[in-house]
Design a binder for this molecule. Structure first.
Ligand SMILES: *Cc1c(COP(=O)(O)O)cnc(C)c1O
Length: 223
């Protein structure tokens, strides 16, 4: 068995163990940015078909060559508003919506019969250099998105502070969980809390995350 298959199976097993403790299933998005098409094919061969990409052109090139495979694509990179048309056309999930202008454009350019699944990216570490909506902008943005008929608000996405300090991380997870639970009370379609990457996903799911985005731990180092 290839290393990628082994990695996917062992992570999937780990997530399954946690399913029983959590309410509901934990979704795994394999982050394939900077990874070759051969590696994606390897993951597909292992039965995994949910992938995340950050860079539009790179993603579109891969999507073209993988067209005969049934793949659920997640956009997880920063969004430039002039790219919204192409993003709306090529992804089923967009996890990094952080402003009204982008939400409006994605809505306008979604010509599918089905709505686009949307997560609001929240800047939980509150650093100016990071993308994502600020905590005090979330309510208004969620309200706006929930009124757009071609978008379906599914939840929140965050990239926690890049630190090994568990206390800082735990505090961020706790805040995210609280904001998520509050949104869930208001909007019925909300079911997704996307936190957790290769270095912190176990801690993230212990603290309520039910979607993890894992790249290097599956595919190895990026090009
Ligand atoms: C690159 C990336 C990931 C995956 O990171 P790894 O540490 O390789 O697991 C997850 N989420 C986002 C938003 C990313 O940009």
């Amino acid at each position: 068995m290839s290393l990628i298959k082994k990695n996917i199976r062992s992570i999937a097993d780990e997530l399954k163990k946690n399913n029983s403790q959590q309410s509901g299933k934990i979704k795994l998005v394999a982050v394939s940015k900077g990874q070759s098409q051969e590696k994606i094919l390897d993951a597909l061969d292992a039965g995994h078909n949910i992938f995340g990409e950050n860079y539009l052109q790179e993603a579109i090139d891969k999507q073209k060559s993988l067209i005969e495979h049934k793949i659920e694509w997640h956009f997880i990179g920063p969004i430039q508003s002039n790219k919204c048309k192409s993003i709306a056309e090529n992804f089923q999930w967009i996890q990094t919506v952080d402003r009204i202008k982008v939400a409006n454009k994605l809505n306008m350019f979604n010509t599918n019969e089905f709505p686009l699944n949307i997560c609001i990216q929240i800047n939980i570490s509150n650093e100016d250099t990071k993308s994502g909506a600020k905590i005090n902008e979330i309510d208004a943005l969620a309200d706006h998105i929930s009124n757009l008929d071609k978008l379906k608000l599914r939840g929140l996405m965050a990239i926690p502070s890049n630190t090994r300090d568990d206390e800082i991380l735990l505090n961020e997870y706790k805040q995210l969980k609280l904001i998520y639970e509050n949104l869930k009370l208001k909007y019925s379609a909300i079911d997704t809390l996307s936190i957790g990457m290769s270095n912190d996903y176990l801690l993230a799911i212990e603290n309520g995350s039910n979607l993890v985005r894992i790249g290097s731990k599956i595919f190895g180092n990026r090009q």
